[in-house]
Write a protein that binds this ligand. Sequence first.
Ligand code: ZN
Length: 261
Amino acid sequence: MGQSLKVLLLCGWLGWTAGAQSVQVDQLQEPLTAEEESYVLHGLNWMAQFYLEQGFHPRNRLNARVFATYPEFSQYQLAHRNFSDGSRPSPTAYFSISADELVTWRTRTLKSLFVHEGNHALLRSDFRHPPKWINEGISECFEGFDFASSPPAFLPQRPRLRKVKRYLTPEFGRQVVSVLDLSDREFNQMSTDRGLDSYTRAWALVFYLWTQAGPRGLGELLRGLKNGEPAREILARLLPGDLEQNLLTFYDQLEPSPPLP
Ligand SMILES: [Zn+2]
């Protein structure tokens, strides 16, 4: 075997082991239970691997502040979070760029919230200012996945799907795609809308893309957006055909998955 080939093989192997991304969580407040930590690390590592494979450079450390109760969380959020972008106080969790920490509390959905906020941290490591719709759309999409199994089960997020099913009018596809036109401020303001709120629209678009084009499709969308390519042009390439009509047909036929054990 030639020396250069050996070097090449070695580099390939090193590249592969380095690719087995491992994220460390520094717990600043209450510790997670062993079961929670296992789930959360599985989710974080899977997401970090996804970003790595799609050409991004995700961080490998994350600060997490988990409060025992809602009042403690709420008090901390009001004192420390910056609301200048029009975002509202969250009842459950948020990721702070300025403080560089994930903040949440012991709700029933702690593990999936952790995955949601953890995705914001990982995505932003290498794409500092993603449009709000893709940042939230991916977090909502990954939040719905079940990381208790390996590989994860790529399930639709149940509360989002229930909402989508309630608003499957002929206008549905147009409403979902119109999330692309919202400024970040408008997106935040429409987050608590009755009907198809901005988060549900963003989830519906990203989850549909995931089912049709998989991780490669989502990666291509992210790279295109990072390069400043218009979202509609990338989506037209990845999802050829009548997108609005196809969204309606897809969600009309999609059945909710059974509840997790
Ligand atoms: Zn979010």
